[in-house]
Design a protein around this ligand. Structure first.
Ligand SMILES: *Cc1c(COP(=O)(O)O)cnc(C)c1O
Length: 407
C-alpha cells in the first residue's frame, strides 16, 4: 500500500460550522414562520466598491488585446501593487521596509497555512486560545503537533486569552520557536495594545523565536494611536512576519488577494551559516505558486486610490457602527461584551456561567438568532459566544430585539 501522511488521520474533525448548520436547519424546520437571523456570518456582506470594479473592468479589457495582454506574472506580485502597499501601509506610518519584502498572494489563509513549511519538523509552536484554526491545523498536517486529546495537541503551547487577563496572553512557560498572534483578533475582536506587542517583540528577540503576526483586520482599527502593523514596534523587523489581506479590508473574500511581509533581517541558523527567511519564502513561492491574477492585483491597487480609500472607509464604517450598536444593546441586556471596537467581532460572555453551546441553543430556539459558540475556537473560548457585525443593520437590530426579549 502507498504510505500516506498519517498526520491527517489525527486532525480533529472540524465540525464547528457543520454542527451549527445542522442545528439551525432543524430549528428552522420546526418554526418555518420565523426566519432565523444569523449573527454568525464570518464573511463580508457589502459588495466591492466602484473604484475596485472600475479597475477590474479596465484590467480585463487589457487582457483581450495583444499589446496589453499579461501571461505569467512575477510570483511575488507586480511592482505596481507592492509599491502601493509599501507607500500606503508602511512608509506612510513611518515603517522602513522595501517593496521586495512584500509578497503578494491569493490571500492570508494560504500564506499563513504555507509559512510553517519554513520551520523544522520539531519546531514548537505557540498559539493563543481561542484561536483561528488555520494556525493549528496547518502545523498538525505537517505532523509537528504531537497527539491530540480533548482538542489539545501535546506539542503546542496554548496561551489562554480570557476576560481575566484582558485578552492579553501571558508569555509562554515553555520555549516556542514560532508564536502566532492575531490582532485585531478573530474570534475575540480584541486588540493587543502597543505595550503588549512590545512585550512580545522583546520576548521573541531575547528567546530567539519568530512571531507570525496576522493583521487581517488591521483596517478596522479606529484609534490612530493603536499600532496597525507589528513593524511599528522597534526591532520587530528582526523577528516578525506579518500577514495582511484585502478580504476584510475591501471585500475581496471572493476575489482573493493578500500579502505577506518577510523582512530580510529575519535569519536563523542552517548548518554552519545563517539562512534568510525572506530567501526561503521567495524560493518556496517561486516553486509552488504562480502569482495572484493580474486583474485582481489591479483591483487591489485601486483600493489605495483616493476614491478607493474613501469608498472602503464608508463600508468599514457600516460594519463598525453595526458593531457599536451590538455592543451597546448587548451590554444593556446585562451581558459582558468584549471586542467590537476595532473589529467586526463581538465576544460575549455567557450569563451565569452557561456553556457556549447552551447559550447558542437558547438563542437559536427562543430568539431564532444564530451565534458561534466560543468553545469551537478552543478550550479558553468556553463560556463565550462570537457575534459578527456582517449582517445588515436591519437584520442585526431585529436579532437584538429578539434577544432582549429572551435574556
Ligand atoms: C479572514 C481572515 C484571514 C484572511 O483570509 P483570506 O485568505 O485573506 O481571505 C486571515 N486571518 C484571519 C484570522 C481571518 O479571520
Amino acid at each position: 500500500m502507498p504510505r500516506i501522511n498519517t498526520a491527517f488521520a489525527r486532525l480533529s474533525p472540524s465540525y464547528l460550522f457543520s454542527e451549527i448548520a445542522s442545528r439551525v436547519r432543524a430549528a428552522q424546520e420546526g418554526h418555518p414562520e420565523r426566519p432565523v437571523i444569523s449573527l454568525g456570518i464570518g464573511d463580508v456582506s457589502q459588495p466591492l466598491v466602484p473604484a475596485v470594479l472600475e479597475a477590474l473592468h479596465k484590467a480585463t479589457d487589457e487582457m483581450g488585446s495583444a499589446a496589453t495582454f499579461r501571461g505569467y506574472g512575477p510570483e511575488q506580485g507586480y511592482a505596481f501593487l507592492r509599491e502601493a502597499i509599501l507607500a500606503h501601509d508602511f512608509t506612510a506610518r513611518g515603517i522602513a521596509l522595501d517593496a521586495d519584502e512584500i509578497f503578494i498572494s491569493d490571500g492570508a489563509k494560504s500564506d499563513i497555512g504555507n509559512f510553517q513549511e519554513l520551520f523544522a519538523q520539531d519546531a514548537v509552536i505557540a498559539v493563543t486560545d481561542p484561536v483561528y484554526p488555520v494556525y493549528v491545523d496547518s502545523n498538525a498536517m505537517s505532523d509537528r503537533c504531537g497527539e491530540c486529546a480533548d482538542g489539545r495537541w501535546s506539542r503546542i503551547l496554548y496561551l489562554p486569552c480570557t476576560a481575566e487577563n484582558g485578552f492579553e496572553p501571558d508569555l509562554p512557560d515553555g520555549r516556542p520557536d514560532v508564536i502566532y498572534l492575531c490582532s485585531p483578533n478573530n474570534p475575540t475582536g480584541t486588540v493587543l495594545s502597543r505595550k503588549a506587542l512590545e512585550r512580545w517583540v522583546d520576548y521573541a528577540r531575547e528567546n530567539e523565536a519568530f512571531i507570525l503576526f496576522d493583521a487581517a483586520y488591521e483596517s478596522f482599527i479606529a484609534d490612530p494611536g493603536q499600532p496597525r502593523s507589528i513593524y511599528e514596534i522597534e526591532g520587530a523587523d528582526e523577528v516578525a512576519v506579518e500577514f495582511r489581506s484585502f478580504s476584510k479590508t475591501a471585500g475581496f473574500t471572493g476575489l482573493r488577494c493578500g500579502y505577506a511581509v518577510v523582512p530580510r533581517k529575519l535569519k536563523a541558523p542552517a548548518g554552519s551559516g545563517m539562512m534568510s527567511l525572506h530567501d526561503m519564502w521567495f524560493r518556496r513561492q517561486s516553486t509552488k505558486y504562480n502569482g495572484c491574477p493580474y486583474i485582481v492585483q489591479r483591483a487591489a491597487e485601486a483600493v489605495f486610490s483616493p476614491a478607493g480609500q474613501a469608498q472602503i472607509g464608508h463600508v468599514l464604517n457600516i460594519y463598525r457602527s453595526t458593531a457599536a450598536v451590538m455592543r451597546q444593546r448587548l451590554a444593556a441586556m446585562g451581558l459582558r461584551v468584549f471586542g467590537g471596537v476595532h473589529s467586526p467581532y463581538v465576544w460575549v460572555q455567557t450569563p451565569g456561567g452557561m456553556k457556549s453551546w447552551d447559550l447558542f441553543d437558547l438563542l437559536l430556539h427562543e430568539a431564532a438568532v444564530v451565534c458561534t459558540p466560543g468553545s469551537g475556537f478552543g478550550a479558553s473560548g468556553e463560556g463565550y459566544v462570537r457575534m459578527t457585525a456582517f449582517n445588515s443593520r436591519e437584520n442585526t437590530l431585529a436579532a437584538l430585539e429578539r434577544m432582549s426579549a429572551v435574556l
